[in-house]
Design a protein around this ligand. Structure first.
Ligand SMILES: CC(C)(COP(=O)(O)OP(=O)(O)OC[C@H]1O[C@@H](n2cnc3c(N)ncnc32)[C@H](O)[C@@H]1OP(=O)(O)O)[C@@H](O)C(=O)NCCC(=O)NCCS
Ligand SMILES: [Zn+2]
Length: 240
């Protein structure tokens, strides 16, 4: 049995997953849908064959789809219908729930937990012990004291956009969108959407400026119009 209602709390998104085709996220009763990448078990990289590596203690469902060149370390668990793109790194003790969608070149550090309803675009960094949540008002039981089944709770989708980074131990509340190249500070509790390139820290996480694609903080220019990276000199203008 599957959770009946799937909703994306703030914004509606279309997951463009490199190597996957297109995934769709909708309000209402739809679940995440995506095209299978039909990934080969190895691929060419600089003329050399890059093989997938799965540690002997990892538990990968035969119904999961794992992209070429992925490396999956000790005691990681990847559930049925989870999908990983190519060349992802899955650290020790990571849990990837069923139906989770992960793009290409994603790094998932030790003990991170990706519960059902999470969609991760390509190039995302997920720090150690990051926890995604998927039910904002969880209850184990119904009002009559019986155990809730899979059909009796609300699954909320979380979407992490291209190139974003999530610091160690951050907790991401359900139904949120984290923008492209956003950065979440270590230990943050994210309760609101995060804009593209935005840095947020703390509990609750609050905006703390912006970061460049390269990962360095951006400086506001003297006229307070645009932001510049002092390392790679890229300029940005943000709407908010
Ligand atoms: C958020 C972050 C990017 C900021 O780095 P920074 O710009 O060098 O920050 P600074 O050390 O100059 O700190 C600036 C201020 O923010 C505070 N701050 C920094 N990181 C913070 C965090 N994660 N949570 C709360 N406050 C934080 C500092 O205490 C400081 O406050 P103050 O001005 O009142 O003294 C960084 O601290 C961070 O958390 N990075 C993620 C690290 C991580 O988890 N990596 C995972 C791989 S191991
Ligand atoms: Zn830069």
């Amino acid at each position: 049995m599957r959770a009946k209602i799937v909703k994306f709390r703030k914004s509606k998104s279309r997951a463009i997953l490199a190597g996957f085709g297109v995934g769709k996220m909708k309000h209402s009763t739809d679940t995440v849908t995506y095209k299978s990448p039909e990934a080969p078990s190895s691929l060419e990289f600089d003329g050399q064959e890059l093989k997938m590596f799965i540690h002997s203690t990892a538990e990968v469902s035969p119904k999961a789809i794992i992209g070429a060149g992925c490396r999956i370390w000790n005691q990681a668990q990847i559930r049925e219908q989870a999908t990983l793109g190519k060349q992802c790194i899955v650290g020790k003790d990571v849990y990837i729930d069923r139906d989770v969608v992960v793009g290409d070149y994603v790094k998932i550090q030790n003990q991170a937990q990706l519960f059902r309803g999470v969609v991760i675009e390509s190039g995302v960094f997920i720090g150690p012990r990051v926890c995604f949540t998927n039910d904002n008002f969880p209850r184990a039981i119904n009002t009559d004291g019986t155990l809730k089944n899979d059909n009796e709770w609300e699954l909320e989708l979380t979407f992490v956009s291209y190139g974003a980074s999530i610091g160690a131990g951050a907790i991401i509340l359900p139904g949120l969108k984290i923008g492209a190249y956003a950065m979440i500070g270590a230990g943050a509790v994210v309760t609101r959407d995060v804009a593209d390139h935005q840095l947020v820290v703390g509990n609750p996480a609050r905006p703390h400026g912006y970061v460049c694609r390269c990962g360095n903080r951006l400086q506001l220019n003297s006229r307070a119009v645009s932001w510049q990276c002092k390392i790679c000199r890229e300029n940005y203008i943000f709407n908010s």
